[in-house]
Design a protein around this ligand. Structure first.
Ligand SMILES: Cc1cc2nc3c(=O)[nH]c(=O)nc-3n(C[C@H](O)[C@H](O)[C@H](O)COP(=O)(O)O)c2cc1C
Length: 196
């Protein structure tokens, strides 16, 4: 039976605690980790924490509406789920589950190219917009195949990642000796050992 998210999770901390309980050490470190020694991750966290909301009181907040139109469809909030590769580490349904969650809530999802599910399967899981992100791991034909699949599946947008010619070096994963199943056989000699 599907858990009732509205009552099971009342705070963000509870989502985090439940995820940690569900995942093994390698999966947990992969999901919460960043690249290299995670300096940028810490900087990003600090930058976000530096944003403060100024409270304004005695205003009419009787009709607050945060909804927006994203990719031609109504969204409950002006945000979307960012692409996370290898979600099968967390749940066998991977990107399909993420799309279902995003669609159920009413926001778009951007699907990572690192998924074992087809674009059509992911499309079917959500009525909200589905965007596809592609890491360039091949030539023109490789890209065109993905674009054609995205069009055929009826996805709303296609994003080409241009700044990651090589898979990033993630020291947290190296320490765990986490051999990601989706990287099997793709680490080329030029990358050197354990560039995961
Ligand atoms: C475990 C993990 C996997 C990710 N996989 C991808 C990916 O496959 N494609 C992509 O474009 N971005 C990927 N990202 C980057 C995220 O989409 C996002 O841009 C980044 O985490 C910054 O957002 P945040 O500060 O909300 O975490 C990944 C991030 C994490 C933490």
């Amino acid at each position: 039976m599907q858990p009732d998210l509205e009552t099971e999770f009342l705070t963000l901390h509870e989502f985090v605690a439940a995820a940690r309980q569900r995942l093994d050490a390698k999966g947990w470190d992969y999901i919460i980790g960043g690249t290299e020694t995670e300096t940028t991750l810490r900087r990003n966290r600090l930058a976000l924490d530096a944003i403060a909301l100024r409270p304004r009181v005695l205003r009419d907040v009787g009709a607050v509406d945060c909804s927006a139109t994203l990719f031609g469809k109504p969204a409950r909030l002006p945000l979307l789920l960012a692409p996370v590769g290898g979600l099968e580490t967390c749940d066998p349904e991977g990107a399909v589950a993420a799309a279902r969650g995003a669609g159920g809530f009413g926001v778009p999802v951007m699907v990572s190219s690192v998924t074992s599910h087809s674009k059509a399967e992911i499309r079917a899981a959500s009525a909200s917009p589905v965007l596809f992100q592609l890491y360039v791991r091949g030539g023109g034909r490789f890209i065109e195949d993905h674009v054609e699949e995205a069009i055929a599946a009826g996805l709303e947008a296609f994003c080409l990642t241009v700044d990651t010619a090589h898979y990033s070096r993630r020291e947290r994963d190296i320490v765990r000796r986490f051999d990601k199943p989706w990287r099997a056989g793709v680490d080329d000699a030029a990358s050197g050992p354990r560039r995961r």
